[in-house]
Design a binder for this molecule. Structure first.
Ligand code: GCO
Ligand code: MG
Length: 413
């Protein structure tokens, strides 16, 4: 089974996606997600110009060998562009292998360890009443775990908070609205104040617990904005509200920062959506500084290394919480779901839900029932790509926002 062709597909049904489609000489196709939000065309070029020519005539069955060839063989290792490109190849080859076997991918990964993957959705509101409405809307949609983000008094807009009405806002969330309408396309700039945030957030959790009780798993994302001591303080302040996790408290590069946070709080910690290699986790896992691994299949080199990373985490009793925002395509989402089904140390899966336009291009078979996601038993990863619909949504330049402090200093996020 040789690789006959590999196509790099770029489309923008609601937001930009990069997809690799590999076709074998016996006509089996496999899909892989290579979307890197705000830097999409860099990955498309990496694939088209440097990877696709190497794939033609390779044995499609040799997934591990192809992964090592692309990773070790390039000399230049790691980095989000490289790893998103390798992820797309790896995922597409797993899709092909599972289709050739006539099985859903999770069967090849060892079979189901559970009936479905507990998913969390994104509730948000510009203020607390709007947030409570959004939580209600998520519960009505069947979510059994919910991330909460709110506006902060004194700040105009906050990343992660839907700009539109909270009840309907969860589907589109914040990112598509970030498309710049100015003549020169530049990222939107937001103003941030960590002290105002730290003062406000415990009150938000107080209000949500008062309304919805102690049972509902609640999550929160700090978007890498705190110093270690600020994060330690927040973790302590949130302990009475029994969070499922506090995510990305401090900037991702600094693994040692988590030591300080850990010494001060029992609030569970999650990190890793901007990581792209197991080497980003060695201190975090080896010293048990986190509770959940947040990586994405799409940004960590694919199914092959993600499985290894989760097995490494399992040695330390650390569980998965794979990244699943709408800037990961349905292909990347489905690949995550197969891993979620198979690994023993599953924790939770992020599930924001793609816009209807996105799902017209990417036809999914995964289901969401009673708060649990299931990848379906369709052979492969269970997603198809509609070229005709994709062609009606050409690429549109778009950036993530940039974050500044009140005095204009560029800040982490
Ligand atoms: C999350 C994330 C996302 C990212 C986005 C960047 O927890 O889902 O923080 O919202 O910011 O995926 O591309
Ligand atoms: Mg996050």
């Amino acid at each position: 089974m040789k690789i006959r062709s590999a196509e790099t597909l770029v489309t923008s049904p609601g937001r930009n996606f990069v997809t690799l489609r590999i076709t074998t000489d016996d006509g089996i196709t496999g899909l892989g997600d290579a979307t890197l939000n705000g830097r999409e065309l860099a990955v498309a070029s990496y694939l088209r110009d440097h990877v696709v020519p190497l794939l033609i005539d390779r044995d499609a069955a040799r997934i591990e060998d192809t992964w090592q060839y692309l990773y070790r063989g390039a000399y230049w290792r790691r980095g989000p562009v490289t790893m998103a490109a390798i992820a797309a190849v790896d995922t597409a080859l797993w899709d092909i292998k599972a289709k050739a076997a006539g099985m859903p991918l999770y069967q090849l990964l060892g079979g189901a360890s559970r009936t479905g993957a507990l998913a969390y959705g994104h509730a948000s509101g510009r203020d607390v009443p709007e947030l409570l409405d959004s939580v209600r809307a998520h519960l009505a949609k069947g979510y059994r775990a919910i991330r909460i983000q709110t506006g902060i008094p004194g700040l105009d807009s906050v990343y992660g908070v839907a700009a539109s009405s909270a009840a309907g806002g969860e589907r589109y969330d914040y990112e598509p609205a970030r498309r710049s309408t100015t003549a020169v396309n530049r990222p939107v700039e937001e103003v941030w104040d960590t002290r105002a945030y730290l003062r406000h957030l415990p009150n938000v959790f107080e209000a949500v617990r008062a309304e919805f009780g102690p049972e509902l798993p609640l999550l929160h994302d700090g978007h890498h904005r705190m110093t270690p001591i600020q994060a330690a303080k927040l973790g302590k302040a949130l302990e009475p509200y029994d969070l499922f996790w506090l995510e990305d408290a401090t900037p991702g590069e600094d693994q040692a920062a988590l030591r300080l946070i850990r010494q001060h709080t029992t609030t569970p910690l999650a990190i890793g959506e901007v990581f792209n290699s197991v080497y980003d986790y060695t201190t975090l896992l080896g010293e048990r500084l986190i509770d959940y691994v947040r990586s994405a299949v799409t940004h960590t080199g694919g199914v092959t290394p993600m499985r290894k990373l989760l097995d490494f985490a399992a040695v330390y009793g650390i569980r998965s919480g794979l990244h699943g925002p709408t800037d990961i395509s349905p292909v990347g989402m489905a690949a995550a779901l197969h891993l979620d089904m198979a690994v023993h140390n599953f924790g939770i899966q992020e599930y924001m839900q793609h816009a209807a336009q996105t799902l017209e291009v990417f036809r999914t078979s995964y289901t969401f029932t009673d708060g649990l996601l299931h990848p379906s038993d369709t052979p492969g990863i269970g997603v198809t790509y509609d070229d005709d619909v994709a062609a009606t949504f050409p690429y549109e330049p778009a950036y993530l926002p940039v974050n500044r402090l009140k005095d204009g200093t560029v800040h982490d996020w």
